[in-house]
Design a protein around this ligand. Structure first.
Ligand code: CMC
Length: 431
């Protein structure tokens, strides 16, 4: 069968060039236009990369129209029900589900790397008590590159594996330290006998003065949330990690860049924004008024936790998490929580309203994750940190894949220059 190609013709010069189509396992094929500039002297223009594949990847697949999310081929629904965050991390990093021994070895390696250098704790003293935890996380994760720089050879698979384990292991310790700094309590050291999520809960909520009992329902809900956030193909923060990493920079610095990118309210900051919005709305009786604001083009207000760049159907993560959200509120005796009532009313109206239906603006994962975090006792400002913890294995798996990909080069987009035409400098006294 002849190779499928697309022909592009420059109407001004009449020159035509055929470009090959590259097929993936699933999803649309891509036009390989690597030589376009060389052939026709033009760039492509695609702000926000809505039609541009920046890389090939074996890790995650999303079908936004169908509402499908696969990690290494496995549907998110199956992983969320049967797997654990550490097993999913292994899967993302290595491409296959681990055997029992591989999982035990991996869990052991993560567990023994959870401690951070004592001097790293001093960094927190430099932050004001009300510093945003994402600012602390970004800075302190980046500072890991000061501890591990000379020893890292990004071209050595063993060195990359060690970096991946270190960062997955140390992120919760750093995140919990940021939390304790925020609430003015002493840092809690990691405990190796606990699971990843139980250890995180313990580092966040235990105090030297009293026993802290880990609620298994909270532990499972947290683990599930982390699984749902673990990867999401070439989203803004992952693309940032890849772009930063494409220069050959230290991987801890690349992950810090990912944290900075995640922080924005259009991305990982949305879960925090959802709670702020629910607080602003305040009462179910005011929902209609806010729906009207969201639809008003002259009003910048948007319904936080609604819509997605890729999912133009229901976000499959939202379906899973909606159920967990109800379960956890029930378990914690918060079934009548007024925020949930308000959230459900908002969801109900938006799902029926023509404006939202037409534009396929469904609730996304952040709509529910914020409510669960709140129920677990995590403050709004800290929600994006939880997202960052979940996304860490995805960032580091994507970074590793990029380093191994012989086709990848330093990321360097082009532009259409629309500024002033070439002109000569005029001395200040003549202007
Ligand atoms: N509320 C009201 N209107 C909206 C919303 C919203 N949340 N989202 C999109 N629209 C409208 C938008 O005004 C536009 O209308 P029109 O066609 O009349 O101009 C239309 O829907 C398409 O919007 P868009 O901005 O072109 O869509 P996008 O794909 O560029 O944006 C988004 C995606 C997620 C940034 C956006 O939907 C949004 O701002 N949502 C709220 C923030 C949020 O929940 N973000 C979390 C994303 S999920 C977590 C993650 O994976 O990072």
């Amino acid at each position: 069968m002849a190779e499928h190609t697309i022909t592009l013709t420059d109407n001004a010069t009449g020159r035509s060039v055929e470009y090959p189509l590259r097929e993936g396992t699933h999803g649309p094929s891509v036009i390989d236009i690597k030589t376009l500039y060389q052939d026709l002297g033009h760039f492509t223009y695609d702000p926000g990369f809505t039609s541009t594949a920046s890389c090939r990847s074996d890790i995650t697949f999303i079908d936004g129209d169908e509402g499908t999310l696969l990690y290494r081929g496995y549907p998110i629904e199956q992983l969320a029900e049967h797997s654990s965050f550490l097993e999913v991390s292994y899967l993302l990093l290595n491409g296959e589900l681990p055997s029992r021994t591989e999982l035990d070895d991996f869990s052991h390696s993560i567990t023994v790397h959870t401690m951070v250098n004592e001097s790293l704790k001093n960094f927190f003293n430099g932050f004001h008590y009300n510093a945003h935890p994402m600012a602390m996380l970004t800075a302190v994760v980046g500072s890991l590159s000061a501890f591990y720089h000379d020893g890292i050879d990004i071209n050595d698979p063993e060195s990359r594996r060690m970096c991946a384990h270190r960062i997955i292991a140390k992120m919760p310790t750093i995140a919990a330290a940021a939390f304790k700094h925020m609430v003015g309590e002493p840092f809690v050291y990691p405990k190796n006998r606990l699971s990843y999520s139980a250890n995180l809960l313990n580092m966040l909520f235990s105090r030297p003065t009293e026993e802290y009992e880990i609620n298994p329902v909270a532990e499972r809900a947290l683990d599930q949330l982390l699984i749902l956030h673990a990867d999401h193909e070439q989203n803004a923060s992952t693309s940032t990690v890849r772009l930063a990493g494409s220069t050959g920079t230290n991987p801890f610095a690349a992950v810090a860049a990912g944290c900075a990118s995640l922080w924005g309210p259009a991305h990982g900051g949305a879960n925090e924004a959802v709670l702020r919005m629910l607080e602003e709305i305040g009462h179910p009786s005011r929902v209609e008024q806010y729906i009207a604001k969201a639809k008003d083009k002259d009003d910048p207000f948007r319904l936080m936790g609604f819509g997605h760049r890729v999912y133009k159907n229901y976000d499959p993560r939202a379906t899973i998490i909606r159920k967990t959200c109800h379960e956890i509120l029930e378990e914690l005796g918060m079934g009548d929580d007024p925020k949930l009532e308000l959230a459900m009313k908002l969801e109900d109206i938006a799902l029926r309203d023509e404006y939202f239906v037409e534009r396929k603006l469904y609730p996304n994962v952040d709509f529910y994750s914020g409510i669960i975090y709140k129920a677990l006792g995590i403050p709004n400002q800290f929600f994006t940190v939880m997202f960052a913890l979940g996304r860490t294995p995805g960032w580091i798996a994507q970074w590793g894949e990029m380093v191994e990909d012989r086709e990848q080069r330093i990321g360097r987009p082009r532009q259409v220059y629309t500024g002033a035409a070439r002109r000569d400098y005029v001395p200040v006294e003549k202007r």
